[in-house]
Design a protein around this ligand. Structure first.
Ligand code: MF3
Ligand code: CO
Length: 257
């Protein structure tokens, strides 16, 4: 039995507003990513934009009661894959790659999106990592149409990464998204075509490839949240929340409309 929620027209309108809101916040924070800014400042700025819009961070307080996620957005630098926590003593520098993951609840619905931005001059390899990870997101989105399966999205993403010899993180996946940040189904970045749940119009999912330049093995830092690559290689992450329709997928985390 599938617990995948098919959204009503009203819920879809709510998801569109939440998606636009999350995209707006991400876009604002993105512009603050320059050499010299601390990752804590990025987090505080994100929180202030959320407050001004009446949006609430879905990350803040997430997880185990013993160690809830303490920040408002995830800021993950270089070898950090995801769930990085902004810190006053971590200053963004030329050549860094910074991933910003913004998930917010806006009027009862969640929008979830991520970009990884390069600061100043990047090495060729690091630029390739960013470009391929972003392109893989769109390869996945292209498959997100009614009648296809989750595995079609997964395979599009995995095969594109492998073609460019990048590592595909296995432990973290995309997800259904709606009134909750994490709903069914899981949306892995690896898998077989024609496998997994079938996509239907009205489903809303977050697709989020996470690739590494080296081996995609991870470990957790002492803060209990930040996931880094074991081999220290850099990692990139891009994410959109999208709506499945009968034809082209609709990207909800966009500034347009
Ligand atoms: N966008 C992330 C996700 O899809 C948000 C993580 S929130 C955290 O899971 F609290 F786990 F960091
Ligand atoms: Co997500």
């Amino acid at each position: 039995m599938s617990k995948i929620i098919i959204k009503t027209e009203e819920e879809i309108e709510g998801m569109r507003e939440a998606g636009r809101c999350a995209a707006h916040i991400l876009n604002e924070v993105k512009q603050k990513v320059v050499a010299g800014v601390s990752t804590w400042e990025l987090d505080q700025f994100a929180k202030s934009v959320m407050d001004s819009l009446g949006a609430v961070s879905s990350a803040h307080g997430y997880g185990d009661k013993k160690n809830p996620y303490p920040a408002y957005i995830c800021v993950s630098l270089n070898d950090e894959i995801v769930h990085g926590i902004g810190r006053r003593d971590v200053i963004v520098q030329d050549g860094d790659i910074v991933s910003l993951d913004v998930a917010v609840n806006y009027r009862g619905f969640v929008g979830d999106n991520t970009v990884t931005v390069g600061v100043g001059t990047l090495s060729k390899q690091h630029q390739l990592l960013l470009d391929v990870t972003e392109q893989a997101l769109y390869k996945g989105i292209d498959q997100a149409v009614e009648g296809n399966c989750i595995g079609d999205i997964s395979w599009a993403i995995q095969s594109f990464a492998e073609k460019h010899r990048l590592g595909v993180v296995r432990e973290l996946v995309g997800h259904g998204v709606g009134r909750q940040m994490h709903e069914e189904p899981q949306v892995p970045n690896y898998g077989m075509p024609h496998s997994g749940p079938r996509l239907k119009a009205g489903m809303t999912i977050a697709i989020e490839p996470m690739f590494t330049l080296g081996l995609p093995k991870l470990c957790t830092l002492d803060d209990g949240w930040t996931l880094v690559t074991q081999d220290g290689s850099y990692s990139a992450h891009f994410e959109h929340t999208i709506l499945i329709t009968k034809d082209s997928p609709e990207i909800l985390t966009t500034l347009k409309k």
